[in-house]
Ligand binder design. Structure first.
Ligand SMILES: Cc1ncc(C[n+]2csc(CCOP(=O)(O)OP(=O)(O)O)c2C)c(N)n1
Length: 657
């Protein structure tokens, strides 16, 4: 394995191919232990080698869309020693992070950002008159995302030098969907679309064979011929003629937008990809190179099941089987949601499910299978998903948008301007609300309470267990307002689901455990949603230490149960709010706002995440321990707070009926 990109350039073709095999071995071995995005990375081994062969990072810039396919780049840019630590506590991130390496010029993990960011870099380069090459590498599914088109709309008028690589493997996480995906398929399969510009042919012919041979060793000649044969298959004279409107007078969409299109080429043919990138580097007009790759190449199990191997946990190298879930592990929140969607849709013909390219992640796949006509996958297009839902809602439907908390951030304006302002009954099931530990800050869902709570008309809730999740979904279907339900990743609490869901009174909290008035000092715990477990354990420990503890399940962040919150707030000497969310603007803040308004002076300890981006880690516990979301820490804080308060000054003897 090489130490840095400079070494890649010294290799001949045979050595590059050997390196490709070594890289695949490393990916398969390390990810078998750590989990991660195996399929996408196996697919870009040759492409990444070719990029480093032709360009010079960090001076040249590679901007990876999503950047889940950046592992090979990490291995080639001085991080091979640390690679076995990827996605674990203190280890390498699974995505591009500027702070991690000078070779990562742009951080990402949400889709569709690469073209815009790359264009911005081109504009900056042109402004300052420097000569870096800027290369955006995007997947075919990134083209289902609106931002990519916003960027393409802007390329030709902004710069002359812009290189995009369209890494087309026909898959998003699931099979790519929609008209763009069919269009790309046409480009691949229909000979008349193969656009291989004559100047590329000329370029390849002009390359001094000797020099190329030197570079690529004895196979260079074949590679060179391969390039000509493959690329010269269907030369299209029209593709290089400007049409006077900024386009190239061709029905290839990129060319219509003033971006030269080259391809499709075999992304696993190293010499061909190298020649093509060498050409792209010389172009003095924006260019997109369409590269065909196979997700999972080099690992049979991944080739056979691209969806599973897009991103997965540890697996067995021999069979590709993922480790079995431990016996007795409760059904995941996601699966409970997916199964409940089927049951609810069977009873209520106004319900439909909408996903933005995450049928398996959200488990909306259950609905896809059971009732395909009530299921919509709109592609990686969260804004569109929400607006689409709003449109349906105006026609009497109750659309359910199943979107991860972190990805819903992208559709914030649609929530405010469309769903909330028009007060439409769209239901938002915000999956992954809380930590996604191995993915890290790009994927944690820690902001949704604050971004929803401040918007009028919205109802926001968080279930303490999976049965309550179903009750909340059912309740939401009866609401004429936008409703938001947040729940975390992973196994539920193991609570059985009732046969018939129950309506929950909106804005009503649930008293789980009342004070028992045994004379101990009173503490009221308000654990929101899945923090109930931490709340209960904290209560047990406090009780062991002689405190009189009440536990209230808030259920609603908005509208807050003002009565119950005040009542227990006044009765207790100390109130503790728990939330799997940033403290700022979250549930605890809502309680404080209420207390301020109602002049409740009981101190409120807020347990949640601090005002900083929380890094990735091997698991949730590592992060909770580090940031003090633990029983020990909460108990210590309660005791410290109690020590500050004169006993009896608060209404600690308040009798609760
Ligand atoms: C805004 C946003 N929505 C959803 C996702 C989840 N997601 C991660 S990768 C991916 C598919 C990416 O497909 P593509 O760009 O074609 O890359 P490939 O994995 O096929 O190489 C999706 C939907 C995301 N990262 N960002």
């Amino acid at each position: 394995m090489v130490d840095g990109p400079m070494h890649v350039k010294k290799l001949n073709l045979v050595q590059l191919e050997e390196l490709a095999a070594e890289i695949r071995h490393e990916l398969i071995t390390v990810l078998a232990k750590n989990g991660g995005h195996l399929g996408p990375n196996l697919g870009v081994v040759e492409l990444t080698l070719a990029l480093h062969y032709v360009f010079n990072t960090p001076k040249d810039k590679f901007i990876w869309d999503v950047s889940h396919q950046i592992y090979v780049h990490k291995l080639l840019t001085g991080r091979k020693e640390r690679f076995p630590s990827i996605r674990s506590t203190g280890g390498l991130s699974g995505f591009a992070v500027r702070a991690e390496s000078e070779h990562d010029c742009y951080g990402a993990a949400h889709a569709g950002t690469a073209l815009s960011a790359a264009l911005g870099m081109c504009a900056a380069r042109d402004q300052r008159g420097s000569d870096e090459n800027v290369v955006a590498i995007i997947g075919d599914a990134a083209l289902t995302n609106g931002i990519s088109f916003e960027a393409m709309n802007n390329v030709a008028q902004t710069t002359k030098k812009f290189i995009a690589i369209l890494n087309d493997n026909e898959w998003s996480i699931a099979k790519n969907v929609g008209a763009i995906s069919s269009y790309l398929n046409k480009l691949i399969t229909h000979p008349s679309y193969n656009k291989l510009a004559r100047d590329f042919e000329r370029f390849v012919r002009r390359l001094p064979k000797g020099e190329l041979a030197l570079k690529l060793a004895h196979k260079a000649e074949e590679g060179f011929k391969g390039a000509l044969a493959e690329v010269g298959l269907q030369p299209s004279p029209s593709s290089i003629e400007a049409d006077g409107r900024g386009g190239y007078g061709n029905s290839v969409i990129f060319e219509e937008m003033g971006i030269r299109y080259l391809g499709p080429i075999d992304g696993h043919n190293l010499s061909l990809v190298i020649s093509t990138l060498e050409f792209a580097k010389t172009c003095d007009h924006p260019i997109v190179v369409h590269v065909l790759t196979k997700k999972g190449k080099g690992f049979d199990a991944a080739l056979k099941n691209p969806e599973k191997f897009h991103g997965l946990g540890p697996y067995d190298i021999a069979t590709g089987a993922t480790l079995p879930t431990k016996a007795g592990t409760p059904t995941s929140w996601q699966d409970v949601f997916g199964q409940a969607m089927v049951r609810l849709c069977q009873k209520d013909s106004t319900l439909v499910g909408i996903t933005a390219a995450m049928p398996s992640g959200t488990s909306l796949k259950f609905l896809e299978k059971a009732m395909p006509n009530r299921y919509y996958d709109v592609g990686i297009a969260e804004e569109h998903a929400v607006l689409f839902a709003c449109g349906m809602a105006t026609m009497g439907f109750h659309p359910v948008c199943a979107i991860y908390s972190t990805f819903l951030q992208r559709a914030y304006d649609c929530i405010v301007h469309d769903a909330a302002l028009q007060d439409l009954p769209v239901i938002f099931c915000m999956d992954r609300a809380g930590l996604s530990p191995q993915d890290g800050p790009t994927h944690h869902g820690l902001f949704d309470i604050s971004y929803v709570r401040s918007v009028p008309n919205c109802i926001a809730m968080a279930p303490k267990d999976e049965d309550e999740l179903v009750d909340m979904m059912f309740t939401a279907t009866h609401e004429p307002h936008p409703t938001f339900i947040r729940y975390p990743r992973g196994p539920g609490e193991g609570v059985p689901i009732k046969d018939q869901p129950r309506l929950i009174e909106v804005g009503k909290a649930e008293v789980i455990q009342n004070f028992n008035n045994h004379g101990g000092r009173k503490v009221a715990l308000f654990p929101l949603g899945s923090m109930m477990k931490l709340g209960r354990k904290t209560a047990e420990q406090l009780a062991r230490e002689g405190y009189d503890v009440a536990i209230i399940n808030p259920r609603f962040v908005k509208p807050l149960d003002a009565g119950a919150t005040q009542f227990f707030g006044r009765a207790a000497e100390v109130v503790v709010t728990f939330e799997d969310h940033v403290i700022m603007g979250g549930y605890g803040s809502a309680v404080l706002e209420l207390f301020n308004e109602k002049r409740v002076t009981t101190p409120v300890l807020m347990v949640g995440w601090p005002d900083q981006f929380i890094e990735h880690a091997t698991n949730v516990d590592d992060l909770r321990n580090k940031y003090g979301l633990t029983v020990e820490n909460v108990v210590a804080r309660v005791k410290a707070e109690m020590a500050e308060i004169t006993p009896g000054a608060q209404r600690s003897d308040f009798a609760v009926a």
